[in-house]
Design a protein around this ligand. Structure first.
Ligand code: FAD
Length: 401
């Protein structure tokens, strides 16, 4: 009989794995379980906030995977039985597997900010850290905000999905305000004292948004300066800080994160994330289950779409090697994260990684990557925006087409 692989989660990691399993071994029976009928990408969703693109332009139906012979099941996975080798869905079905791939993304640690919860996020104070209705809610709130209004963004502690994401979001909102509400202000309240590509962001903010002057469109408040907030009054949209309180006309809270719910239900988690053998992405807790993407502990790779895509290919090769009684190969991984700071102003960080199997750590290969140059020419900054957009098309194609 055909070997069966069940994939939980049709995001970047899950789609890439399902597609490449079928491409590398068309004899495999591959089933992908996701509650949605289409995938809406978080990457590039900050551009919806500035009005540069629509949510529809980020939404991709799973028919593309059907064309690869993947069987789609629209349901939630609610449990995995590692002894019977079955995935159990909310709809009450059980799916037998010879190998299981789990890539459910993140969930939130709601308890970190008192007064904030899932309902308030859905209705009034969006996190918009999953692209979808909350992205549009935040966009509508920005459009409805009075001129001279105050946008407050709360950025979480590490590790979280898309380390440069909150700062790209602040930039995209500042870009929108510059055109439509030039007296507005965006304040980032940070639970940290440093962030990804900080030097490049600040260079962009100085050039584009007056950062460092009294009229700056963006202000960043580090944890040490009082940016760490632990309480929200949702009715007045006030964040209670240790040094001072911050009131916003529009408030966007990105809570700290942990692995998606199914990872906890399936006993794949230690602490907040799922430990894996980084040579194969097989769970250290349950053999035969491979955890990819944001939900996995994959130090020193960031939680990014590019990382999930790269890890999926390593896991696929390892699963197929196992089915053929072969040893898995030595993996290498790639990541690039682009951020669009403003019109014609893109920046990036890139690395190629190999595995240090002694420490089970994925290490950047020295000299393989780096960040965009500081004080680069306008041509380079403009080119990075076009690279960002073409990367987006390429990763979606690589996941599904
Ligand atoms: P996801 O892509 O989140 O997919 C998880 C899937 O699992 C979802 O489809 C969900 O419906 C499904 N699922 C969850 N639970 C279950 C369950 N119980 N049963 C079945 N299915 C389930 N990354 C980049 O590389 N570059 C960028 O420029 C970039 N920009 C970003 C900007 C923003 C604003 C955000 C929020 C993120 C950004 N990212 C970026 C990060 C990127 O979106 C994630 O790292 C990536 O999507 C991780 O892939 P994943 O497969 O782990 O999870």
């Amino acid at each position: 009989a055909a070997r069966r692989v069940v994939v939980v989660g049709g995001g970047v990691g899950g789609c890439t794995a399902a597609k490449y399993l079928r491409k590398l071994d068309p004899s495999l029976a591959v089933t992908l379980i996701d509650p949605q009928a289409a995938y809406t990408s978080c990457f590039m969703s900050n551009e919806v906030l500035s009005g540069e693109r629509t949510l529809e332009s980020l939404t991709f139906g799973y028919d593309r995977l059907r064309a690869h012979g993947v069987q789609l099941v629209q349901d939630w996975a609610v449990g995995i039985d590692p002894d019977k080798q079955q995935v159990i869905t909310q709809g009450g079905n059980r799916f037998d597997y010879d190998a299981c791939v789990v890539s459910p993304g993140v969930d939130f640690k709601w308890e970190a900010i008192a007064g904030y919860d899932a309902q308030i996020a859905n209705e009034r104070i969006p996190h918009a850290w999953f692209a979808g209705p909350q992205t549009l809610l935040l966009r509508n709130q920005l459009q409805a905000m009075p001129e001279g209004g105050h946008v407050v963004i709360v950025a979480p502690l590490n590790p979280f999905k898309c380390p440069p994401g909150p700062y790209e979001r602040a930039s995209q909102i500042a870009m929108y305000c510059q055109h439509h509400k030039p007296r507005a202000k965006v304040t980032i309240l940070d639970a940290k004292d440093a962030f990804s590509k900080q030097g490049l962001y600040m260079e962009g903010w100085r050039k584009l948004y007056g950062y460092g002057t009294d009229n700056s469109l963006i202000e960043w408040v580090s944890a040490a300066a009082g940016g760490a907030v632990e309480e929200l009054d949702p009715d007045t949209r006030t964040l209670v800080g240790l040094v001072e309180d911050f009131q916003g006309d529009v408030v966007n809270i990105i809570p700290p994160q942990k692995a998606g719910k199914i990872a906890f239900a399936a006993d794949l988690v230690e602490g907040d994330w799922c430990p894996v053998d980084k040579g194969t992405f097989e769970s250290s807790r349950h053999p035969g289950i491979y955890v990819l993407g944001d939900a996995s502990s994959a130090e020193k790779m960031p939680k990014s779409a590019y990382a999930a895509n790269s890890q999926a290919k390593v896991a696929v090769a390892a699963i197929i090697a196992r089915f053929r009684n072969q040893e898995p190969g030595d993996p290498t991984f790639v990541n690039t994260c682009y951020s669009i700071v403003g019109e014609d102003f893109g920046i990036s960080v890139a690395a190629v990684y190999s595995l240090d199997s002694d420490t089970n750590t994925i290490e950047p290969i020295p000299g393989s990557g780096g960040v965009s140059p500081t004080n680069a020419s306008p041509e380079i900054r403009e080119r990075e925006v076009s690279y960002a957009h073409s990367w987006f098309k390429n990763v979606i194609n690589d996941m599904m087409e």
